[in-house]
Write a protein that binds this ligand. Structure first.
Ligand code: FES
Length: 159
């Protein structure tokens, strides 16, 4: 296997994702999702490649990446914890839950712990409103968050 500079690989893999998806109507979001699927995040180096292919400015592409909460600009930790911040969960105390979790992990939303264990992200409704406040850990939903469940989650991601 030949070793290439990382940035070369990113540009080439980005171009391939664009090639596969640019025929779609409104291709920017599918391409960004494709890039995130490919790399686990949307690398800065991908933005000019996308902008040029779609005839957009780099600022426009950057604006879309930052507008949608789904896109990460950095690699995620080994675990991804999403805390629901939408209305039903808000009314059941998701603000306090988020504040507590940030304190336990020592990071804010869109950040990853320094040991690389976990990335914390907000999410806007997991379809689990009846069990609010809700979260998703690595794709598994967790309802009725309380202090005990937060401790369990922290123990699990630190394990
Ligand atoms: S609002 Fe949180 S799951 Fe629906």
């Amino acid at each position: 296997m030949s070793m290439q500079p990382a940035s070369t690989g990113i540009a080439e893999r980005t171009a391939q994702v664009i090639e596969d998806l640019k025929g779609l109507e409104g291709p920017l979001l599918p391409i960004l999702h494709g890039i995130q699927h490919e790399f686990g995040f949307v690398p800065q180096e991908s933005l000019p490649v996308i902008a040029e292919a779609l005839n957009l400015s780099r600022a426009e592409v950057h604006g879309v990446v930052t507008f949608y909460h789904d896109f990460r600009s950095h690699p995620a930790g080994r675990h991804v914890l999403k805390l629901c911040q939408a209305e039903a969960c808000q009314s059941m105390g998701s603000d306090a839950i988020a504040a507590k979790m940030k304190q336990l992990l020592g990071i804010g939303f869109h950040e990853t712990t320094r040991d690389g264990a976990v990335t914390l992200e907000p999410v806007y409704c997991l379809g689990l409103c009846a069990c609010a406040p809700s979260a998703m850990l690595d794709g598994d939903v967790i309802g009725r968050l309380d202090a005990d469940k937060l401790d369990e989650i922290v123990a699990e991601v630190r394990a």
